[in-house]
Write a protein that binds this ligand. Structure first.
Ligand code: G3H
Ligand code: 13P
Ligand code: ZN
Length: 335
């Protein structure tokens, strides 16, 4: 059993309380490899932002669970080396789908876990989330639950349509489970194709405009649970310049469309205090790698294409922190 406290990590409790009070959201960025992690930590330190490092079940399988845990421990030391006095870094399991997976992460030093029972019947979701909370809280690990189903694919589970969170269920769920934060469904979805063109309208320049998020559902949840931490999954904006670069250099991304950043800015000012972003980082990485491959075909040193990929991801993370989520200056780097 390793305690996250011994690794220099923190849980989400205080971070979320400050974020709700301050009207900003904490970035939750997924990582699967060293370049992503370096880019996240550099961006968080340079902007003095708290940050949540997310590891999915797929990431654990891809990179090895033990290696990822040591990388997160290394990330705390790396942040200090970059000049951050008191790094505010959470290591979080993204979309945990079983008690055993959550327990394994808690036992190896994660400071926060998500148990995603959103696809289960309500009572089963309550029972599973409660079981994880009871285990996690013994070690002061915080737990994110989910109510409502996002359209799209989450790990191996996929849903054709959104099932929006029902505000009338949230008090019962939070009371019965004791979870520390709640992911809700208000129209975001995972991946780079969040909306079909027929769901969108076109603006004067012919650009596709997606349907707005269901802020009425968010307001309903906030009314039922004043001041309770709310999480948004599937919050990538799918930057069209990255999509254009990918397609220019041989990619084939069709109808890639995300959540407009102004809507995320609005959400971040509410009780939404954690915003999950993964696909945008994948797009930034892929665009940079494709450009090097296409423009420098003789290049075969991975540092020469993974380096530009890292730079491009860092630029993206800083933009999210500074211009979208509003968490810049809220970390512990200077004091
Ligand atoms: O919500 C899903 C995250 O983007 C993680 O994706 O399961 O492919 O690692 P993954
Ligand atoms: P995106 O696919 O929109 O980046 O969402 C990521 C996410 O929700 C991770 O849990
Ligand atoms: Zn998610």
């Amino acid at each position: 059993m390793v305690s996250y406290k011994d690794l220099g990590l923190v849980n989400t409790r205080e971070m979320f309380a400050k974020a709700i009070k301050g009207g900003y959201a904490i970035p939750a960025f997924n990582f699967n490899n060293m370049e992503q992690l370096q880019a996240i930590i550099q961006a968080a330190v340079e902007t003095n932002s708290p940050v949540i490092l997310q590891v999915s079940k797929g990431a654990r399988q891809y990179a090895n669970q033990t290696l990822l845990r040591y990388m997160a421990e290394g990330a705390v030391e790396y942040a200090k080396e970059l000049g951050c006095k008191n790094p505010q870094i959470v290591l979080h399991l993204d979309h945990g789908d079983s008690f055993e997976l959550c327990k394994s992460c808690i036992d190896m030093g994660f400071s926060s876990v998500m148990i995603d029972g959103s696809h289960l019947p309500y009572d089963e979701n309550v029972a599973l989330t409660k079981k994880v909370v009871e285990y996690a809280h013994q070690f002061d690990v915080t737990v994110e639950g989910e109510l409502g189903v996002l359209a799209g694919v989450e790990d191996e589970v996929s849903a054709e349509h959104h099932t929006y969170t029902k505000p009338e269920e949230v008090v019962d769920f939070v009371t019965k489970t004791g979870c520390d934060s709640l992911a809700i469904s208000i129209g975001t979805s995972h991946g780079a194709n969040k909306f079909k063109p027929e769901q969108c309208t076109r603006n004067a320049d012919g650009i596709l405009v997606p349907p707005p998020l269901r802020f009425d559902v968010l307001e309903g949840v906030e009314k039922e649970l004043p001041g309770f931490p709310i999480v948004l999954h599937g919050a990538s904006s799918v930057p069209q310049e990255e999509v254009a670069t990918i397609n220019k250099y041989g990619g084939a991304l069709k109808d890639a469309i995300g959540i407009p950043e102004e809507q995320l800015r609005k959400a971040a000012k509410s009780a939404v205090c954690k915003i999950n972003i993964d696909s945008d980082s994948r797009l930034a990485m892929t665009a940079a790698v494709r450009e090097v491959f296409a423009t420098k075909p003789a290049e075969f040193d991975p540092r020469k294409y993974l380096g530009p990929a890292r730079d491009n991801m860092k630029k993206l993370y800083k933009h999210k922190i500074e211009d979208v989520l509003g968490s810049a200056g809220k970390g512990g780097c200077c004091c």
